[in-house]
Design a protein around this ligand. Sequence first.
Ligand code: FE
Length: 137
Amino acid sequence: MSKDNKQFPVEKSEKEWKEELSEEQYLVLRKGKTDPPYKNKYYHFDKSGVFKCAACGNKLFDSKDKYDSGSGWPSFTRVIEEGAVEYRDDYKLSHKRTEVICSKCGSHLGHLFHDGPEPTNNRYCINSTSLDFKERK
Ligand code: FE
């Protein structure tokens, strides 16, 4: 799905992604589709643990940074560590948005907005389908 020719540490062919991911995961992670608001796996979800990329397993977000934004999608104030994601300008709507992609495999995760809580004001608005949760024991 790269619009540019950037190479990621994990690169797979379209055929491989289609074989490894479910149809829904393929459409969201590789084609940029958006989960339906509210009716998605991790919106109302408050277990303690780590959210990984559903395509490659890269650690992306910690549950301690998850909050209820009221948006209908899982929202986080920060990424788990610097470099976990990359950003790309997205002009699919009439206004420019910042797309958030996995830094390891380039898969689509969601978008970053700046109407989140203090002190970061960040709202990482992320598709549940792009995430794979690992509970902290
Ligand atoms: Fe990934």
